[in-house]
Design a protein around this ligand. Structure first.
Ligand SMILES: NC(=O)c1ccc[n+]([C@@H]2O[C@H](COP(=O)([O-])OP(=O)(O)OC[C@H]3O[C@@H](n4cnc5c(N)ncnc54)[C@H](O)[C@@H]3O)[C@@H](O)[C@H]2O)c1
Ligand SMILES: CC(C)[C@H](C(=O)O)[C@@H](O)C(=O)O
Ligand SMILES: [Mg+2]
Length: 352
């Protein structure tokens, strides 16, 4: 039997990044172990704020090249609030990766594993189950590479929406919905912004191509309200870059916090998988961080690889997380438990 080796770039990054990545790598490797026809070749690459402090670049060309040439990238988290460019912004190599590799499809699944994990308390396991499809390459974030005349009196950031970028993200959202409960909610601000009027126009064009899919359009302010009031009503939420960034943290809060929220930034032939959370400097280095979001991101990575055994290993890893979390005592501190990062990894490993 021939063996296919997948090149995986591992970017642990800063803060809790290395702690959660270590668990995800360990579980991803264990999930693949029983399959004789696949193998993972892991290459650790230094990126982020620490790398910038050492060498002056948070994403050196050599690191970018490894990511581009890999089959997939597993990322912990990058950045430190105190490490900034001279203009005051933080370094954002995650956005550089998304833009330079054209990872336009930001998939952020939200799933409630147990009623007690949610601050809302009234939902049972599985009743909150939706995915945010975040447009990752334009929107308001495009302003960072489109500098306007800034003075100390006035600064502006322009929201970029293109027909091409909108067509592909809406297709991705409707394709997701076809594999799920066949409902797509567009979140926009078309009552105020002309860019959002275009966004909605293209949404309606694509919706017409998917007559089986139910659609709903909601302004972003109302979306924040409805996510709290009726989270069970969402299946796929599609939105522009910054709204997706904000709502994905709110959504993570519904199911236990940032430690429970995985993500995949997907392009045509390249993808980066990472938790939706940051480097959590407040708990870094203490073996307290919840590794679940990163482990679930690793499971997404395996399912994205183009090989039936890798996909099966990904499904197994996903099921192991679900099985482990069925025991309410198997939780780190952020979701009301007392396990350390490594103990949480051990508990999931036992369920594999
Ligand atoms: N993808 C990324 O790499 C990414 C994402 C967001 C923020 N950041 C960066 O991370 C730094 C900190 O940002 P922030 O504080 O706004 O967001 P954060 O996500 O790091 O933390 C927000 C809160 O959630 C908690 N938290 C996050 N992940 C957790 C986990 N796995 N287990 C337990 N608790 C967890 C933190 O302790 C904190 O209370 C900043 O430099 C920011 O730019 C990076
Ligand atoms: C760290 C930051 C640049 C990043 C973003 O805003 O996209 C993060 O918040 C995320 O959600 O991945
Ligand atoms: Mg974010």
């Amino acid at each position: 039997m021939s063996k296919q080796t997948f090149q995986i770039a591992v970017l642990s990054g800063d803060g809790i990044g290395p702690e959660v990545t270590q668990q995800a790598v360990r579980l991803m490797s264990a999930a693949c172990e029983p399959f004789e026809d696949i193998d993972l070749s892991l290459q650790e690459v230094s990126v982020g704020a620490q790398e910038y402090l050492k060498n002056g670049d948070p994403l050196p060309d050599s690191a970018f090249d490894v990511c581009r040439e890999s089959d997939a990238v597993l990322l912990g988290a990058m950045g430190m609030p105190s490490v900034r460019w001279p203009d005051g912004r933080e370094m954002t190599p995650q956005i550089d990766l998304r833009e330079r590799l054209d990872l336009y499809n930001g998939l952020r699944p939200i799933y409630l594993y147990a009623a007690e994990d949610s601050p809302l308390k009234k939902y049972q396991a599985g009743e909150i189950d939706f995915v945010i499809v975040r447009e990752n390459t334009e929107g308001l974030f495009a302003a960072r590479t489109d500098p306007q005349d800034q003075t100390r009196e006035e600064a502006r950031d322009i929201m970029l929406i293109t027909r091409k970028g909108s067509l592909r993200i809406f297709r991705a959202a409707f394709d997701q919905a076809m594999q799920r409960r066949k409902k797509v909610t567009l979140v926009d601000k078309a009552n105020v912004l002309p860019s959002m009027v275009l966004f909605r126009e293209v949404f309606e064009e694509i919706a017409a191509e998917y007559p089986e899919v139910e659609t709903e359009v909601v302004y972003v302010d109302a979306a924040a309200l409805f996510l709290v009031q009726r989270p069970q009503s969402f299946d796929v939420i599609v939105t522009e870059n910054m709204f997706g960034d904000i709502l994905s943290d709110l959504a993570a809060g519904l199911v236990g916090g940032m430690g429970m929220a995985p993500s995949g930034d997907i392009g045509e032939d390249c993808a980066v998988f990472q938790p939706s959370h940051g480097t959590a400097p407040d708990i870094a280095g203490q073996n307290k961080a919840n590794p679940v979001a990163t482990i679930l991101s690793a499971a997404m990575l395996l399912q994205w690889l183009d090989h039936p055994s890798a996909k099966e290993a990904g499904v197994k890893l996903d099921s192991a997380v679900k099985k482990a979390l069925a025991d309410p005592a198997v939780r780190t501190g952020d979701v009301g438990g007392s396990l350390s990062t490594t103990e949480m990894g051990d508990a999931i490993l036992k369920c594999l």
